[in-house]
Design a protein around this ligand. Sequence first.
Ligand code: GLC
Length: 744
Amino acid sequence: MKYLKFLVTVLTATLILSCGEKPKPAFNPEERVEDILSQMTVEEKVALTHAQSKFSSAGVPRLGIPEVWCTDGPHGIRAEVLWDEWDQAGWTSDSCTAFPALTALAASWDPSLAELYGISIGEEARYRKKDVLLGPGVNIYRTPLNGRNFEYMGEDPYLASAMVVPYVKGVQSNNVAACVKHYALNNQETARFFTDVSVDDRTLYEIYLPAFKAAVQEGGAWAIMGSYNLYKGQWNCHNQYLLNDILKGEWGFDGVVISDWGGVHDTDQAITNGLDMEFGSWTNGLTMGKTNAYDSYFLAQPYLERIRSGKVGTTELDDKARRILRLIFRTSLNPEHKTGKFTSPEHYAAARKIGAEGIVLLKNEGGLLPIKDARKVLVVGENAVKMMTVGGGSSSLKAQHEISPLDGIREALPGVEVVYERGYVGDASGAYNGVTTGQDLSEKRSAGQLIADAVKAAQDADYVIFIGGLNKSDFQDAEGNDRKEYGLPYDQDAVIEALAAANPKLVVVNISGNAVAMPWVDKVPAIVQDWYLGSEAGHSLADVLTGVVNPSGKLPFTFPVALEDGPVKTLAQYPGIPGDRKWESPFSSVPILEEEYTEGIYVGYRWYDAKQVKPLFPFGHGLSYTTFEYGEPSVSKAVTADGKVTVRVPVTNTGAVAGAEVVQVYVSDPEASVDRPVKELKGFCKVWLEPGETKTVSVNLTRESLSFFDAASHSWKAEPGHFDVLVGSSSADIRGSVGFELKE
Ligand code: GLC
């Protein structure tokens, strides 16, 4: 009887369902896009294509389509600003988790951390009801002077590609669009608004585009940000070649192209050359801006007037509106209704882990680190206490907390006397866009007195830890300006030299997003490359210095001994030479600089290898508290028709503590018909090993891994013949090689 009853119930339910409701159709965004588009007026479509406030663009109120809200930046969710202001709005609920700078993420060489990073920052954006995260940045590190290298992922296109894809996927898993920037060839801050870059096609495709292409084709990025500069005489926010021919044409990008703030200059080009959303016109993207200029935006009234007068049609407008509606259905109208999280314990744990895994141990003579048997530790340097989450440009944050290196070290060494000396005065300021650090870094002592006090305190210390480097001030690691010198500012070299003379147990911790000169390198037994690590900076650093975490970071860019050792030498190469064209900006009339990337593909280690110039610390370098031994590498017997080759190499932890090694796989093409770099990174694998443990690492190479870009045929070519695979612990520490023949 019971079964019968159950059966009747089920049948009835089915009947009820079939009588009244239809089963909910699976959500098909494209259908919704076309449905809404067909109901929109021209005015409503035009309104979608430009900003209505500093960081938002209009929706379609009549049809219940929400506005689009953007937020900086790549390292955390920017404080809320007022409708038309750059300064923060003074909310008390928008203090975020500050995650490590992307150089640190790149230095981890751990794609799983990139995904964790993307998920975490995407959750923060979603919680703050933001639809587009204005990041990550993946511009290639071409000169150590670029003020924004700290926001990017280093000098190698393969590493940047491997790390940006999981970051994008992680962000977008929260129904927040990643807006990958700055597309393209924006490799400096000097004259960023008016530099016209010329570069050959092969270099463009082999060096400057791969990370963007990977973000689009493998990461599925929903947004790309056009850059301020020009390429082939066209502004990149409306550049036919980059946006229509390559991004939307060759790569099949179906998302939106968003201008950089103030990057749009011309209505007709903005209509036809691939731009979809105009933001920040008449601003420098940092501080200046005309108030309430939104109706006069290039894609606002001027666009409407052109359509109404019949001067232009609506084909481009429908494509822009379609892409923007697709963005809205992928984000705020996505039926998954993700909620995000904000400043959660998991986010702080992620920040701490990413930071510690990104720290690079550059030198550790005599195993000075990790800190052991210390009774008194002296910490010297402004960067041990200075908040670094405030400043540096649009990536500046209002962090809920920031653990300083000094605080982190003190917390990690209970019972040890940890004393502090300033050592030098750098930048005592602490405010950006209305966010203040609240720190009083004022100092009355002279430079000489500061050094003398530090030297005195060093006398009886078991360890002296100098924590210096760069900071987020103008002309250092900051947006808007490049560095003026390769060396450390504020005469830090003198402080380091004095400390080295005073106490041999000296550790130098360099906090920066760029390489710096180290004239004292032979006098310092231990050197650590630390990065801007955000809220958990002090914990991450202390974890490494005390050995809680065994460092496993590897440099994402080369540290040359001197700037002139690098590939960028002439004014024409950097920052460019004034030509006869002028940029009539709202603020002034300036000559457009003409810049030539004549070094071509020889960027970073590709250059130092070709010129056989020994860098201070090579790309991919990073030590551990343990040691690793590599066995003989091998390649899969069958080099399959599509050129797929599996490289295998056993790696053993030959030391006493567990650790992780990044096995790097470089390809060399000695028989190439064209000039090719000595080697190019085409694979890597991070492997964790217990003491004595051996694992065999395998990395797949594809035909693409073996190819160079042939500009004449506009295609990638892998020429049959002999290839060498070099496996190593850095680009300069090759542990083995194996060759194979690529057949027709
Ligand atoms: C800035 C930056 C860009 C940022 C945007 C909004 O000028 O170049 O990275 O996302 O403007 O702040």
